[in-house]
Design a protein around this ligand. Structure first.
Ligand SMILES: [Fe+2]
Length: 159
């Protein structure tokens, strides 16, 4: 029997399966959104498409953030690397900000569908969606970095 305490990041199979499916769907929707808005201002005929897509991204992100929070992967990571707590909490706090932002964009695009849209409105939507996608990418990348750092601490890289 070993008397050394060993803390490890536990990997839950159900969590991994759910996360994988969620990730594939989210990636697909974000890629479609990026394609639609990367050509600059969407055309008038694409207003409905933009609204449908942004509504799907909003709903998928709600699911994505819930999964991340419900399965508590952050807690597991922080148990082995408490020094990362501040960063983890600020990343988690970004979920509600990001959700509010995509909900507002979805609402704005719905508004554009139902009224006589000006080109400036479509341009404003395009700029805001592009900025949102950048913030979301930065958030996801910071979370991945944090988890990798916790795993490094767990396996004692450099020891
Ligand atoms: Fe997240």
């Amino acid at each position: 029997m070993s008397c050394t305490s060993q803390r490890t990041v536990t990997i839950n199979a159900a969590f991994l399966r759910e996360i994988k499916l969620d990730h594939l769907e989210l990636t697909r929707l974000l890629s479609q959104t990026e394609t639609l808005f990367s050509q600059g201002v969407p055309s008038w005929t694409e207003k409905r498409k933009a609204f449908d897509l942004l509504a799907k991204v909003r709903d998928r992100l709600a699911m994505h953030f819930s999964l991340e929070e419900a399965y508590g992967y952050m807690e597991d990571a922080l148990e082995v690397a408490p020094r990362l707590t501040g960063r983890a909490f600020s990343l988690r706090a970004q979920h509600s900000e990001l959700y509010r932002c995509i909900a507002a964009l979805s609402e704005f695009s719905e508004d554009l569908v139902s009224r006589n849209t000006q080109r400036d409105d479509l341009k404003k939507l395009s700029v805001q969606v592009t900025g949102f996608l950048e913030r979301l990418r930065a958030h996801e990348s910071a979370e991945n970095e944090l988890i990798l750092e916790a795993l490094d601490d767990d396996v004692g890289v450099g020891d």
